[in-house]
Design a protein around this ligand. Structure first.
Ligand SMILES: Cc1ncc(COP(=O)(O)O)c(C=O)c1O
Length: 489
């Protein structure tokens, strides 16, 4: 038995694991007497407490029996099946006999969603706000206020639809900012847009139902629909937004259309009013749903925002969702659904079935953060900053990469699309850029089907102008290498 003090695993844990393995492998047979804690400690040159702790854990788990002092033995009751557990190299054989994942489970287990972007953000990873500009002082003051004393009423389970003052604050906010018509009753607080999509999909659709999915489109939505067992049908985006007549041709029986009309993700197209009305007419005629994901519409730089689909809807077909991931920070995991009145109770119960309620103290802090005007002030500041950052990125791209990348300013959002010149493969450019430490996701990776012009999704909100300048230079190297590789100049 050998213990390694530099392994990072405590000595007692190492000893416990080695003894347990010796018992399970049969090297220590049932009834075998273990050395006294004192003598084993001496033999291993460790503190006696280390050995006592390991023995006690094995006694508590039933691998050993006896009293410390009067002798410790390997228990007779360790089940044979456990004792003869297969050596590691045979485990594959056993695993095959274990119950398999469901078909949907196998797809879920392959999902890339949420496992890619978990390290520190670097240019040009999209979707991340300027985290260093978050108003920490105001947020921590509010948080401390709640935690200084027991935050009365906030610690038990709370209303699954959300903390009432937050629902009220959100209702006022979405009416003012997005012309979303609703009462506080219609707001369901959820853990980000991802849960909004999950709950909506499970509540409104049956497995096998067809859904129109924007092509290219948001992988998070595709993942949520896949998890609900529904079938996504890729409907192309044109210069007016989701192409409704193509949708009718490709999937005439679709039960729901998922759209990001304020700023299509990832192309940035704003759905025209005519197209919005066409989509609403389709939903009314077919008794289908529209799921409106308004994830970053707060950041609008030039033209006045087009009214939300929800605000134009007379028939109660639109389910609207918003998130605080972009205006505050993504790990907050707070977002909201605005649902038609007759569905409030159904959504409330579905949310409860999924995870009871969102963290209530954070909801209370957010409600005050909005009510005291901090959110509006933060958004105003970020809008200014992001516009400057977008302009700076466009200038750098123009200087370094004119001819290879075509970019246009986006009226909204936190990223631009860099359209690649013909012949450049976006997946290859993206791979080469990543090797140089630059994240520039390929537009193709947002598509369900191959084809269409290649491009790179370039997030700018979270990065300083210097950081982006350096990253553009590396991007130029990656593109140069791809040009050589494909014989283009
Ligand atoms: C289209 C779209 N919807 C929603 C979100 C936000 O998701 P969540 O609120 O789950 O963080 C994102 C984030 O990148 C997005 O791109």
């Amino acid at each position: 038995m050998a213990l390694d003090p530099s392994s990072g695993v405590s000595l007692y844990r190492q000893l416990y694991e080695q003894l347990r393995k010796a018992i399970l492998d049969g090297h220590l047979g049932a009834g075998a007497r273990l050395p006294s804690t004192r003598s084993l400690a001496e033999e291993l040159a460790v503190a006696r407490n280390t050995v006592m702790n390991a023995y006690e854990q094995l006694l508590a788990e039933g691998y050993l029996q006896g009293e410390t002092g009067s002798g410790t033995y390997v228990a007779r009751a360790v089940p044979d099946a456990l004792r003869r557990a297969a050596p590691v190299r045979d485990q594959k054989v056993h695993r095959r006999k274990m119950p398999a994942l469901s078909e949907r489970g196998q797809e879920l287990a392959r999902s890339q969603m949420g496992v890619r972007y978990i390290d520190a953000p670097r240019p040009f990873r999209p979707g991340t706000p300027a985290l260093d500009r978050f108003p920490f002082a105001a947020w921590s003051r509010l948080l401390a206020k709640y935690w200084r004393r027991e935050p009365a009423g906030l610690l038990p389970y709370t209303d699954p639809a959300g903390y009432k003052p937050l629902r009220e604050a959100v209702a006022t906010y979405v009416l003012a900012v997005r012309a979303v018509n609703c009462s506080a009753e219609q707001i369901i607080v959820v853990s980000g847009a991802q849960q909004a999509l999950d709950v909506a999909a499970r509540l409104l659709l049956d497995p096998g139902d067809e859904v129109w999915m924007e092509e290219p489109g948001y992988p998070g939505a595709r993942a949520a629909f896949m998890a609900a067992g529904v079938k996504t049908v890729a409907v192309p985006i044109d210069s007016a937004g989701l192409n409704v007549s193509e949708g009718e041709r490709l999937a005439p029986k679709a039960r729901l259309a998922y759209v990001t009309p304020s700023h299509q993700y990832p192309t940035g197209v704003v759905m025209t009013l005519a197209r919005r009305l066409e989509l609403l007419r389709w939903a009314g005629r077919k008794h289908s749903w529209i799921l409106e994901d308004d994830y970053d519409s707060e950041y609008r730089y030039a033209s006045r925002p087009v009214a939300s689909l929800q605000g134009l809807d007379k028939s109660g077909a639109v389910i609207y969702c918003g998130t605080f991931s972009k205006v505050l920070f993504p790990s907050l995991r707070l977002g909201y659904l605005v649902v038609p009145e007759h569905l409030v109770e159904a959504f409330r119960r579905a949310k409860a079935a999924v995870d009871r309620n969102c963290p209530t103290v954070e909801q209370a802090v957010l409600a005050e953060f909005i009510a005291e005007g901090y959110l509006a002030r933060h958004i105003r500041r970020m809008r200014q900053l992001y516009l400057e950052r977008q302009n700076s990125l466009l200038d750098d791209l123009q200087q370094e990469l004119a001819g290879a990348i075509e970019v246009h300013s986006h009226d909204a959002g936190m990223h631009v699309v860099g359209w690649l010149a013909k012949g450049l493969r976006d997946v290859e450019v993206s791979r080469r850029a990543l090797e140089l430490g630059v994240e520039a996701p390929a537009l193709s990776s947002y598509r369900a089907r191959p084809g269409g012009r290649g491009g790179l999704i370039l997030g700018y909100a979270a990065y300083s102008e210097e950081q982006m300048r350096g990253a553009v230079e590396k991007l130029a190297i990656a593109i140069g290498a791809e040009q050589k590789g494909t014989g283009r100049k």
